[in-house]
Design a protein around this ligand. Structure first.
Ligand code: V47
Ligand code: SF4
Length: 376
């Protein structure tokens, strides 16, 4: 005889809330992290995912420009940056080199360029506004998702502009949306330990609020699996859920697993796949006002990205074309991340989901239809 393990009353009541489409509390979220099995949170997350998107799984055709890895800050988890004094060990792309990257995609149906890098003391607001204008002159149709709140905060302070003035200025120069990086962990005490000198939590949230008030969208991330505990993760997501209630400007939440190679936190062990899937699932359950949960495949690896599609994830980012080094330098599985559209479509279909090519704002570019059962 098969016996079905009993679940506790408190978990059952969370399940009821999810079935009824109700929001869970911070305490309930913590309980999920602490007490729920992966199967339990996975099935709830999948229910929400399928209610919101069915089997649709989004990806886009994108490439990155990383202007520099020279950075004035010294985040302990960062494997990528070099201080200005050691800039000979890093890279600093010129305007022409960056425009050449864009020109490489002439005639190719990419829809997004993602610009992100270190915070270089000499690359200022004017320089980046010029870059945006020149990219738009070459490719007016290309969506520019650029600059984390960390980079923006530094640029605006140096230019003596408020967040609103700075965002308006960059928007007019061609910036379309901003990525979710730099959020790390909002808890002030943990932030102080892992990235003390860059924009604080309040400042990160203020930049995103100003972005949304300009009518632009942004993403949000969490860097998890290092020295934070579960209540810090809940606190982080609470602050995002509250801002999203006010502005509705976030598109996607992207949990980023801490990778421990070649950085000052190499003694901290990396999380297990079970912990990673739990993070995705609980994010899907708690962040009821976020339309999308993204697994960033260069960081997670292809197979775990496929697995995440059963744990609340509905987006796996894009083709990328080997244009980012952030994760490969931190020891991620993908050392030269690049997937063709056909590979992304196959990867999604193997997980029995329906691939949909989207643009940055989730307009459908091409729908690939349901699963072909002969594929495995
Ligand atoms: O803020 C740095 C993270 C982020 C490590 O918005 C690390 O679509 C793990 O935010 N282990 C930048 N993570 C990248 C980012 C991003 C990526 C893809 C898509 C989008 C989007 C945003 O990378 C940083 C930091 O949290 N990071 N070092 C590391 N060792
Ligand atoms: Fe600089 Fe970003 Fe690395 Fe921090 S994570 S040191 S801000 S490049």
């Amino acid at each position: 005889m098969i016996t079905i393990p009993a679940i506790s009353e408190d978990l059952r009541s969370i399940g009821d809330k999810v079935h009824n489409g109700e929001r869970i509390t911070d305490e309930e979220c913590l309980l999920l992290f602490e007490k729920a099995s992966l199967g339990f949170v996975g099935s709830l997350a999948n229910e929400i995912r399928e209610k919101k998107h069915g089997d649709k799984t989004y990806f886009n055709r994108n490439f990155h420009i990383e202007p520099t890895n020279v950075c004035v800050f010294s985040c302990n988890f960062c494997s990528y940056s070099r201080l200005y004094a050691h800039r000979d060990e890093g890279w600093e792309l010129s305007m022409d080199q960056m425009l050449d990257i864009v020109k490489k995609y002439d005639g190719q149906p990419v829809t997004e360029v993602h610009i992100v890098g270190g915070v270089h003391p000499k690359m200022n607001l004017e320089f980046f506004a010029d870059l945006l204008r020149r990219i738009k002159a070459l490719r007016p149709d290309l969506h520019i998702k650029g600059f984390t709140a960390v980079e923006l905060d530094y640029m605006f302070r140096k230019a003596k502009m408020t967040n609103e003035e700075g965002m308006r200025y960059l928007h007019e120069a061609g910036l379309d949306s901003i990525p979710g990086g730099g959020a790390e962990i909002f808890d002030e005490a943990i932030r102080e330990k892992i990235c003390a000198d860059k924009v604080n939590s309040e400042g990160w949230l203020a930049i995103h609020e100003a972005t949304h008030r300009q009518g632009m969208h942004s993403n949000a991330t969490i860097l998890y699996g290092h020295i934070e505990n579960y209540s810090h993760r809940v606190d982080h997501m609470r602050r995002l859920r509250e801002l999203q209630d006010q502005t509705g400007g976030f598109n996607t939440f992207i949990p980023l697993k801490f990778r421990n190679k070649e950085n000052d936190m190499s003694d901290v062990a990396e999380t297990s796949v079970i912990e990673d899937m739990k993070m995705y699932a609980i994010a899907r359950i708690y962040l009821d006002n976020f339309a999308h949960i993204k697994a960033y495949w260069p960081m997670l690896g292809r197979q775990n990205a496929q697995l995440s599609l059963a744990f609340g994830v509905d987006d796996i980012d894009g083709t990328i074309d080997d244009t980012t080094k952030i994760y490969s330098m931190a020891g991620a599985e993908e050392q030269a991340p690049s997937m063709s559209t056909a590979e992304l479509v196959t990867l999604i279909r193997q997980a029995k989901r329906e691939p949909v090519e989207r643009d940055t704002l989730y307009n459908v570019v091409k729908s690939y239809g349901g699963v072909n059962l002969s594929e495995n």
